[in-house]
Structure formats: C-alpha cells, structure tokens
Design a binder for this molecule. Sequence first.
Ligand SMILES: [Zn+2]
Length: 140
Amino acid sequence: MTYHRGHPLTVARHEALLSRLPPSEAQLPVDTRWLRGRAELFRQAAERPFALTFDTAWYAEVTGLAFHPHYVAQVYRGEPGARLETPLMVMNLSMVPTRGDADRALAHECMHLRVPSYGHKREAFACAQEILDRVGSLAA
Ligand SMILES: [Zn+2]
C-alpha cells in the first residue's frame, strides 16, 4: 500500500514513526547496498520474508499495479487465493533521500506484511514502531 498523498491521518502516523538510528546517521543518504543490508534486519524483525527491488517499472510490470512517480514504496503479496511465498517490495529511491526516510518506509511496508488486515489504523502503526524498535535492537 502506498501512503504518499494518502489520508492526512495516515501521513501523520507515518511521519511519527521513529527510526532508532542515531540522528546523525538517520540524516545520511541511502544507497542500495545499505538498503539491502537494512532490509535483512527488517525481515528478521518482522519475521516475514520479502524480496526488494528498486526497479519501479519492472515492479509495475510483474505485479500489474500502477506505481506512480510520487509513490514511495509498496509491497505486493500476490492475489487473494494466490499469495506469493515471498512478497515483493518496491522502493522508489528518489523518494527516500535519507536513511531515516528509508527506515520509516521499510517499517511501513513490513507492517502491511505482518498485519495486512489493519490497513492504516493506529494499531497498524504501533506494529510498525515495534518493528523499528526491534531493528534498533538487532542493529545495536
Ligand atoms: Zn500503507
């Protein structure tokens, strides 16, 4: 699910997610190598597998979903009744300038993998924060 230009409450809840990276590190730019390592921590913290791509055109092609240039990230679990063993997550590198932004996006999409039925409810974002906290412990 995408959240950019979503409901104002969803945007506020997303922005309130707190990365456990030290502030100086949270401001650093991301690269794909860092993101792939970080994604592994999120897999462990969320206890959910997922593949990660940065190729938004390819993602749109294989999922059949529109991925607009202003989208930040999305995760595709397959169709109901035909779920993928390994969901596919896409991240739009131009929309995650810092490591802190990337942490929030990873937590948001992992939350959809863990509690898909929660949508963007408060409880869903509580789960996303738990995942961020667990990543913080794993990284420490
Ligand atoms: Zn979402």
